[in-house]
Design a protein around this ligand. Structure first.
Ligand SMILES: C[S@@+](CC[C@H](N)C(=O)[O-])C[C@H]1O[C@@H](n2cnc3c(N)ncnc32)[C@H](O)[C@@H]1O
Length: 320
C-alpha cells in the first residue's frame, strides 16, 4: 500500500489519473452518471465509498446531496493511510465536503468495520477491482441495507486509461531497466556535487561536459526509440521530469535523484496495480459466479464517455 499512501499524501488531486480539470474530482459525463445513481436516495441515506483515495467520489456524492438539499451521511475508506482532511483547496465547497465525510484509512475493503445492513449505497470508482474481490464484494453486500445498491465503475481492458498505462510502463521500463540513463545521470550529478564542494566551476570540467553531452545524446536516442505519438508523449513526460534535476545542480543533487527514483518505483507499482486490476472477460465471469451465490440482482455494462470505452459499470441490488 506504500505506493498509494505516498501518492495520496503527496498530491492534493482528488482522484487518481488526475490531469488538468480531473484533478478536482469527476466532472462531465462521469459526474452525470454518478448523479443518476444517487438521485433516488432518500434525504437521510447513508453512503460508503470504497477505495476513496483523496475522496473524489465521496466529494461528488456530498456535493450532489447538497444540491438536492439532503443530509446524506457519507463514509469513505481506503486500505492506504489516507487523510484527505489535511488537503486544502481553493474551492471552499470541496473543503466543506471533506470536513463532513467520515474518512477512514488503513481500512481494507475485505474487512469492512461496519455492521450488517448499514448503507443505502456502497460505491466505488476504479477501486473495488484492486481488492481481493472474492472477499471484498461479499463485504460490500453484507454492509448494504435491504434494497440497498452497490455501484462500481471498474477499469475496462479496452479503455484508453489502461492502454495508456501499458505504454507508460513500457517507457518507464526502458528508462529504468533496459537503458543505463539513470546510471549516467547519477555519475553526472555526483561529479557536479564534488566540483561544487571543491569550488571548481562545473562548466570548466571537461569530464562534466563530456558526460553532459553523452546524456543529452542518450535522451535524444530514447526519444527517437518510439515513433507513435502516445509513446513519444510518455517519453517526453519522463524527460521533462528529469531535466530540472540537471539544470539546478547543487551538492544535494545526488540525494534528490535518489528521492526521484524512489518516487518512480512507486509510480511503476501503481501502474502495475492498475494493469493487474483491469477487468478481463475472465474476471468478469468470476464476479458473475460470485454474485450468483447471493440474493442480488446485478448487471455489468460498458461505460462509454466521449464515444470511447471508459470502464465497466457493475450494479448490484440487494433484495432481501
Ligand atoms: C486507482 S485508485 C482510485 C481512488 C479513487 N477512488 C479515485 O477515483 O481516484 C485505487 C484505490 O484503491 C485503494 N485500494 C487498493 N486495494 C484496496 C483494498 N483492498 N481495500 C481498500 N482500498 C484499496 C488504493 O489504496 C487506491 O487509493
Amino acid at each position: 500500500m506504500e505506493q498509494w499512501t505516498k501518492y495520496w499524501r503527496k498530491t492534493t488531486a482528488l482522484n487518481s489519473f488526475a490531469e488538468g480539470q480531473s484533478a478536482l474530482g469527476y466532472y462531465g459525463e462521469l459526474e452525470l452518471l454518478w448523479q443518476a445513481q444517487l438521485k433516488h436516495l432518500a434525504n437521510n441515506a447513508s453512503l460508503l465509498d470504497i477505495g476513496t483515495g483523496n475522496g473524489g467520489l465521496a466529494v461528488l456524492c456530498y456535493q450532489y446531496g447538497r444540491i438536492l438539499n439532503y443530509q446524506w451521511s457519507i463514509h469513505a475508506i481506503d486500505a492506504a493511510d489516507i487523510n484527505p482532511i489535511l488537503n486544502k483547496y481553493e474551492d471552499q465547497t470541496i473543503n466543506a465536503a471533506i470536513s463532513q465525510i467520515k474518512f477512514q484509512g488503513n481500512t481494507p475493503a475485505e474487512a469492512l468495520p461496519y455492521a450488517n445492513d448499514s448503507f443505502d449505497l456502497v460505491c466505488s470508482q476504479f477501486a473495488i477491482e484492486y481488492t481481493n474481490i472474492e472477499l471484498a464484494l461479499p463485504e460490500c453486500i453484507r454492509v448494504l441495507k435491504h434494497n440497498g445498491k452497490f455501484v462500481a465503475i471498474m477499469h475496462h481492458q479496452d479503455s484508453s486509461i489502461v492502454a495508456d498505462s501499458y505504454i507508460g510502463l513500457r517507457v518507464l521500463d526502458l528508462f529504468m531497466v533496459e537503458s543505463n540513463v539513470f546510471v549516467n545521470i547519477k555519475m553526472l550529478l555526483e561529479l557536479a556535487a564534488v566540483l561544487i564542494l571543491q569550488g571548481t566551476n562545473i562548466k570548466s570540467s571537461e569530464k562534466f561536459n563530456q558526460l553532459n553531452r553523452a546524456l543529452f545524446q542518450q535522451f535524444k536516442q530514447l526519444q527517437g526509440h518510439f515513433c507513435d505519438e502516445a509513446t513519444a508523449k510518455w517519453c517526453q513526460r519522463f524527460i521533462a521530469s528529469i531535466v530540472p534535476l540537471l539544470y539546478e545542480l547543487t551538492p544535494q543533487s545526488p540525494a534528490l535523484l535518489e528521492d526521484y527514483l524512489r518516487q518512480l518505483v512507486l509510480y511503476r507499482l501503481r501502474l502495475m496495480d492498475q494493469i493487474k486490476a483491469t477487468l478481463t472477460t475472465n474476471h468478469q465471469h468470476e464476479i458473475e459466479k460470485l454474485l450468483s451465490k447471493y440474493q442480488v440482482k446485478y448487471s455489468l455494462e460498458n461505460v462509454v464517455i466521449d464515444r470511447k470505452i471508459f470502464g465497466t459499470l457493475l450494479e448490484v441490488n440487494k433484495f432481501n
